[in-house]
Design a protein around this ligand. Structure first.
Ligand SMILES: NC(=O)c1ccc[n+]([C@@H]2O[C@H](COP(=O)([O-])OP(=O)(O)OC[C@H]3O[C@@H](n4cnc5c(N)ncnc54)[C@H](O)[C@@H]3O)[C@@H](O)[C@H]2O)c1
Length: 438
């Protein structure tokens, strides 16, 4: 038996996708969507475009594409906007990022050249390795955030958009611990007026987007919207938010392998992960303050999945080390090595080695697309605050206060699909299978 579907406003008109940050990930995303629209690429890696969803009992054989099941914006309805402290247009930025080859970039040259970033809210204190010149000025952080609000309104009007969503594709900022200024909407807004140092640019974008009712998704590990003040604002204004830190290479693998070890009750003595990476992101992460933010995001995963408190014989005191080394010759083509020391029957040690030669932005681009489309769906469905069902896409998923985040990729996938079933009034799939028994 199905339940009533949730009322969802139809996806009519244009959807503006705004990215603070027009670097490797954002330009790879934009170029990819345009290439797909022109029929020259396929949306590989995107669930919203390629995945199916099973509905009802297996015997019913109903497995539509997700995009035919839920009312998503079509790719042809997307328009792109961005902010960046570096004034390069999307073509120049993509060329410098070196992710896409000329055979993909050159046919899109004019289209990409027309996408020029708006001036950013940027302060080198928060991203020491970027030297931004294309930057807003204002007496207070509140002034700067109000300028972002104006950009959002201007972009919407100039492009005739019905709705907007934002996906942070900007650099990883230095580590900021949550403090009193982030505690309430009032303390945060006072902090903006007083130029409080614990309010980073990413938080101003989050504040501005929420105030303009633009769903905000955070692809980097910096706090941004993951602060009580901004979460309260999102609830008050009825805006969906999600984060943090796109789950792409090594951590994605971790959230597949760690649940497999735990499912078989195999122990873990240690997990050593190292990477070489040569893009601008790698350069930013070469700064210890930005790396600390990333490290915190990468380290939390194993503990939450393996629950050493519940399984001390298997997981108590395991060693977990994560390194990122900036190595320019590799560009965006990251290489990651994992050495996993596992423990089996009667305590015998074994090892798993993973050597992942990945392309960071090629893995991240479809995530940006899915987050844009699904957070727009969430907004039209009247959802607000943290969208836990989007945890699937994040290394460091946000969870309501007092609850542990879910890191296991396959539980996250089930949650995502069950949320879509719920929105459309379809039955949840339990895999119990009693109905097939004689
Ligand atoms: N590629 C991946 O697999 C992956 C995975 C997880 C997270 N991320 C995160 O996504 C983000 C983007 O990655 P990338 O490879 O595109 O990096 P990038 O360095 O190529 O691009 C980031 C861009 O953000 C801009 N920027 C910095 N501060 C800004 C601000 N305040 N406002 C607007 N723009 C700002 C920079 O000038 C730069 O052009 C990074 O934070 C990265 O850590 C990427």
């Amino acid at each position: 038996m199905t339940k009533s579907p949730v009322a969802i406003r139809p996806a009519r008109g244009k959807l503006g996708v705004l990215t603070p940050g027009l670097g490797a990930v954002a330009t790879t995303f934009i170029a990819g969507v345009e290439s797909i629209r022109r029929g020259t690429s396929k949306p590989i890696g995107s669930l919203t475009q390629m995945a199916t969803i099973r509905l009802g009992q297996r015997a019913e054989k109903r497995s539509p594409l997700i995009r035919d099941f839920v009312p998503l914006a079509g790719l042809d309805d997307i328009v792109f906007g961005a902010w960046d402290p570096i004034p390069d247009d999307a073509y120049t930025s993509a060329k410098k990022a070196g992710v896409l080859e000329d055979r993909h970039l050159e046919p899109l040259r004019e289209f990409l050249q027309a996408i020029r970033p708006m001036k950013a809210v940027f302060d080198q204190h928060y991203v020491t390795r970027i030297h931004g010149t294309h930057v807003k000025t204002g007496a207070t952080k509140r002034d700067l955030a109000e300028q972002l609000r104006q950009d959002i309104r201007d972009f919407k009007a100039a492009n005739g958009c019905d709705r907007l969503v934002a996906v942070w594709c900007g650099s990883t900022e230095i580590y900021i611990a949550p403090s009193a200024v982030h505690a309430t909407i009032e303390s945060f807004e006072r902090g903006m007026d007083e130029n409080h140092p614990d309010i980073a640019p990413s938080m101003l974008y989050a504040w501005a987007c929420i105030m303009e009712h633009v769903p905000y998704n955070n692809g980097a590990p910096n706090l941004a919207v993951d602060a009580p003040a901004l979460l309260a604002l999102a609830e008050r204004e009825g805006v969906p938010v999600s984060g943090k830190d796109f789950k792409t290479g090594q951590t994605w693998m971790k959230t597949v392998i760690a649940p497999a070890l735990k499912a078989r009750m195999l122990g873990l003595a240690g997990w050593y992960s190292t990477n070489i990476l040569g893009n601008r992101d790698g350069e930013v992460l070469d700064d210890p303050a930005s790396f600390k933010t990333k490290e915190a995001s990468k380290l939390s995963v194993l503990h939450t999945i393996l629950q050493p408190e519940m399984y001390p014989d298997l997981y108590e005191g395991f060693s977990h080390v994560v390194r990122i080394n900036y190595y320019p010759p590799r560009g965006d083509n990251k290489e990651g090595w994992d050495n996993i020391d596992i423990v089996g029957w009667m305590g015998y040690p074994m090892q798993i080695k993973v050597n992942f030669l990945c392309r960071d932005s090629i893995l991240a681009a479809p995530i940006v697309l899915d987050l844009a489309l699904l957070s727009d769906l969430a907004g039209r469905a009247g959802r607000k605050g943290i969208q836990e069902w989007l945890s699937f896409y994040y290394k460091s998923p946000m969870a309501p206060a007092g609850l542990l985040p879910e890191h296991d990729l396959f539980i996250q996938q089930t949650k995502l699909k069950n949320t879509l079933r719920h929105l459309m009034g379809e039955e949840q799939i339990t895999h119990l299978g009693l109905e097939y028994q004689p």
